[in-house]
Design a binder for this molecule. Structure first.
Ligand SMILES: NC(=O)C1=CN([C@@H]2O[C@H](COP(=O)(O)OP(=O)(O)OC[C@H]3O[C@@H](n4cnc5c(N)ncnc54)[C@H](O)[C@@H]3O)[C@@H](O)[C@H]2O)C=CC1
Ligand SMILES: O=C(O)CCC(=O)C(=O)O
Length: 422
C-alpha cells in the first residue's frame, strides 16, 4: 500500500497539520497520535457446510476524554487495523466538531459479507459481539453501523450483549431497529446531516441548488439518501455508482427508482435510460469523480480523490459523505484550485449526532418523533458548519484543517482539564 493510501498515515498527517497550526502541546499531540486501546480478535465461525472459518476483527478506542468511545463497525474484505485506527481517530474529531459528549472508536471485521449466508453472518456477528463485549458498554464504548452493517447487525449485537449481561441493554449500541429502541431518523441521518451542511455551504458559495448538478459515488445508506436529499434541494442528480459500476444521465436520475432497480438487480448498473460510465467498475467510479458537475459527493470508500485526479475534479464543492475519501496531498491541490471541501468529520457527522439522540432516548426510554429529531439535527449541523467556517476564516486554512483545529482544541482542552492520572 502506497504511504499516502494508508488511511492511518493520512489521519496522522492531518493531525500533524492541525497541531502545527494550533501550536499544540507535544505531549497532548503524542496522546492524540496513539489510540488508547486496540483490541484484535479471532472469530471462528461454523459455516453452513460444517467447516470452521476464522475471521479477524478489531475494535479500536482512540480517545474518550470528552465521553465514551463512539463509532461504527465495518464489514469489508479489505479492512485492516490501520484503517480501523484511522476511522477511530476521525470519530474523535467528528464527535468534537458536532459537540456531542462522546470520544472516538471504530470496529472492523475482515470479511466479504456478500459471500456469507444470513445464518453465517449472524453467527459471525454474535461471535464478534461476544469478543468485544468486555470493552464496550453504555458508558464505555457504543458501536453503530458502518459499511456493510445495518440495523439487523446492530440487533444481533444488542441481543448478544444483553444475553451476557442478563438484562436488555439498548443503550450499548445505536443504529438499532425502531422496535428495539432505535431512533426515528437514524437510517437517513448521515445524509440528512449532509444536506444541512450542503445548504450552508451553498449559501456561503452563493450557489443555487436548483441550478446545480451533483454526482454521488456509492449507493448504500450514505449515498442513496444523499442523492435523494440533493434532489429534494432541487439539484439534478446526474450520476451515481456502486461497487459494480457507475451510471450517468445528463437529464437527471430519480434516486428512488434507482434504489428500486438496485434492490431488484443488486446494482445501480443497467438502470433504464442511463448510460454506463465504463464496463470496468473501478474506471467507472474514477470517471464519475471527474464529471462536469457542481457538487460531488463521495459516499463509498477512502482514498478516491488523490494527487492523481485532484486536478481533474470539476465540482466547485465536494461534500464528503464517506470517511477519508480525500488524501492530504489531494486536499492541498483542491485548496489551491479553490475547490471547497466540506470534510467528512463535519459533513457526515449527522449519523453520529442522531446516534447520540438514540443513546439519550434508549437511556431515558422516552422516544421522539421524526420532526423533533430533524429539528435537533439541523440545529447541531448548522452550528457545527458555522463554527468550522469561522475557524476557516480566522486561521486562513482549508475547511478540513479548520474542522480538525476546532476538534483538536476541544479534545485537548478536555485532556488538560481532566489531567493525567496518576
Ligand atoms: N452509515 C453511517 O452511519 C455512516 C457512514 N459513513 C461513511 O459513508 C461511507 C459509506 O457507508 P454506508 O453508506 O454506511 O455503507 P453501505 O454499506 O450502506 O454502502 C456502501 C456503498 O458503497 C459501495 N461501494 C463499496 N465499495 C465501493 C467502491 N470501491 N467504489 C464505489 N462504490 C463502492 C457499495 O456498493 C454500496 O453502495 C463509508 O465511508 C462510511 O464510513 C459515515 C458516517 C456515518
Ligand atoms: O453513529 C455512530 O455512532 C457512528 C457512525 C460512524 O461510524 C461514522 O460516523 O463514521
Amino acid at each position: 500500500m502506497a504511504e499516502e493510501l494508508n488511511p492511518w498515515e493520512n489521519a496522522l498527517k492531518q493531525l500533524d497539520k492541525a497541531a502545527k497550526v494550533l501550536k499544540l502541546d507535544p505531549g497532548i499531540h503524542q496522546i492524540l497520535a496513539t489510540p488508547k486501546r486496540v483490541l484484535e480478535v479471532q472469530l471462528p465461525v461454523k459455516m453452513d457446510d460444517g467447516s470452521i472459518k476464522v475471521f479477524m476483527g478489531w475494535r479500536v478506542q482512540h480517545n474518550d476524554a470528552r465521553g465514551p468511545f463512539k463509532g461504527g463497525i465495518r464489514y469489508h474484505p479489505n479492512t485492516n487495523v490501520d484503517e480501523v485506527k484511522a476511522l477511530a481517530m476521525w470519530m474523535t474529531w467528528k464527535t468534537a466538531v458536532v459537540d456531542v459528549p462522546f470520544g472516538g472508536g471504530k470496529g472492523g471485521v475482515r470479511v466479504d459479507p456478500k459471500a456469507l449466508s444470513p445464518g453465517e453472518l449472524e453467527r459471525l456477528t454474535r461471535r464478534y459481539a461476544y469478543a468485544i463485549a468486555p470493552i464496550i458498554g453504555v458508558d464505555i464504548d457504543i458501536p453503530a453501523p458502518d459499511v456493510y452493517t445495518n440495523p439487523q447487525t446492530m440487533a444481533w449485537i444488542t441481543d448478544t450483549y444483553s444475553a451476557i449481561k442478563g438484562y436488555f441493554e439498548p443503550g450499548v449500541i445505536t443504529g438499532k431497529p425502531l422496535e428495539i429502541g432505535g431512533s426515528e431518523g437514524r437510517n437517513e441521518a448521515t445524509a440528512r446531516g449532509l444536506q444541512y451542511v450542503t445548504e450552508e455551504a451553498l449559501k456561503v458559495l452563493n450557489m443555487d441548488p436548483k441550478k446545480a448538478k451533483v454526482a454521488v459515488q456509492g449507493y448504500g445508506n450514505a449515498g442513496y439518501f444523499s442523492a435523494k436529499f440533493m434532489k429534494e434541494l432541487g439539484m439534478k442528480v446526474v450520476a451515481v455508482s456502486d461497487s459494480k459500476g457507475a451510471i450517468y444521465n445528463p437529464d437527471g436520475l430519480d434516486p428512488d427508482k434507482v434504489l428500486e432497480h438496485k434492490e431488484k438487480t443488486g446494482s445501480v448498473v443497467g438502470f433504464p435510460g442511463a448510460t454506463s460510465l465504463d464496463n470496468d467498475p473501478q474506471r467507472a467510479n474514477e470517471k464519475l469523480l471527474e464529471l462536469d458537475v457542481d457538487v460531488l459527493i463521495p459516499a463509498a470508500v477512502e482514498n478516491v480523490i488523490t494527487d492523481k485526479n485532484a486536478d481533474k475534479i470539476k465540482a466547485k464543492l465536494v461534500v464528503e459523505a464517506a470517511n477519508g475519501p480525500t488524501t492530504p496531498e489531494a486536499d492541498s491541490i483542491l485548496y489551491e484550485r479553490g475547490v471547497v471541501v466540506a470534510p467528512d468529520i463535519l459533513a457526515n457527522a449527522g449519523g453520529v449526532t442522531v446516534s447520540y439522540f438514540e443513546w439519550v432516548q434508549a437511556r431515558t426510554r422516552e422516544f421522539w418523533d421524526i420532526d423533533t429529531v430533524r429539528m435537533k439535527l439541523r440545529a447541531k449541523m448548522t452550528k457545527a458548519f458555522r463554527d468550522v467556517y469561522e475557524m476557516h476564516k480566522e486561521l486562513k486554512v482549508d475547511m478540513r484543517t479548520a474542522a480538525l483545529c476546532l476538534a483538536v482544541k476541544r479534545v485537548a482542552k478536555a485532556i488538560e482539564l481532566r489531567g493525567i492520572w496518576p
